[in-house]
Design a binder for this molecule. Sequence first.
Ligand code: PLP
Ligand code: ZN
Length: 465
Amino acid sequence: MNNDLAFQRCIAPSCGATFGTSEILNACPTCGSLLDVDYDWNRAPVPPTLRGFETKWSTRRNPLHFSGVWRFKELLNFAPDNCVATIGEGQTLLRSEPGVADYVGTSNVHLQYEGLNPTGSFKDNGMSAGFTHARMVGARKMACASTGNTSSSMAAYAAAAPAVNGQKCEAVVFVGSGRIAMGKLSQGLDYGAKTLQVMGRFDDAMQRVKEASKARGIYLLNSVNPFRLEGQKTIMLRVLEALDWQIPDWIVVPGGNLGNTSAFGKAFFELKKLGLIDRIPRIAVINAAGANTLNRLYNDVGVRWNGGNYDAAKINAFYAAMDAAHHEANTVASAIEINRPVNLIKALRALEWTNGVVTDANDQEIMDAKAVIGRGGIGCEPASAASVAGLKKLVANGTIGKDETVVCIITGHQLKAAQATVGYHSLFGEELAKEFGDFNVTKNPFANPPVQVANDLDAILKALA
Ligand SMILES: *Cc1c(COP(=O)(O)O)cnc(C)c1O
Ligand SMILES: [Zn+2]
């Protein structure tokens, strides 16, 4: 047993090996399972109530109190203050959305807008924590594979980080060729990251970045990194804070690599254990129908965490069949276009802890939901809208009650993928289908097309009539 306040622990109950926070690990060296960051809560000074965290609002000039991640530091207490990497992440907003509530057929829906983060997605919450660990261990080179937002975020933290031994931090990002949205690609380039466009998809880039970072001793910042998930826990703390510490009935979240799902489950599990909340909200994870590994494993194959005794043979057989069929993930929601979610096992655990559910939404449902969210003045990228599209289905089939309080996580900003938005609103018929290429988006009932008008006042006044 490790004696530090914070340590790493293998999630497999049959193993449970622990390691210090100074070790750089992407999996348990003993059994290969994922790792958690865990704490000796008996020695950790946690405020007696969650409301106690509000006092930090009055000392916002301290960057650790300004950060929406680090003002909850007592709940992710693994780093000395001087290692903390913050670029002002987590200044996000929870807004009640009657328009979305109408659309999904329920009365009480809130959107947690994580698009407001410095690089425009929730990834900054986790990157701030993961990058902090990288600084603790003195890493100077960091890498990740990404559908886009992880790379944007990592590149920004690397660019802003202080030099290590007089040398600037170097970010290397692996992206699948041609699948990354322009807004995201542009950020990595702007922030000076070395960008490798691997000829393949996300799952290929993920495999390669693991190999390359091992070969070169580069610090890996994918969400297999357990420290990243500690930062993502704070999204739930901000949701509770915005609800005046009331517990919602449901958290609805898009599922890609399942880092958020895993982190949210861990957050609630810990808060309950610490006596800081008295009940745990249920989590609904929404896959894209074209990348629905979790949905199929959970609902069709029936795999469960089962106290850690999950049926690994069934999961392996599922992946083997997927490979044999050369099945590739394919969805307009590129941020969740993932066949092999790296945090699958932790997500199963989170589903057990939160009595969660899983479903999927197709590309048409996702794009329609995105337009409805936009109409309320919150712009998001397609993957984010999977939450609302999935919520609509779960209300329709009675899983989510009409007067339950629901929070949908809006994971990324609209400007990340402006082309999808413009295409949906301005193209019709065959042109629309062509713009969305492989994706099955053929209708746009919520389109708000631009109006072409001559450069002439009369014509303009006529168009305004
Ligand atoms: C990364 C990402 C997701 C998927 O989150 P996971 O934690 O990997 O499940 C969803 N939406 C956006 C915008 C993302 O960038
Ligand atoms: Zn282990």
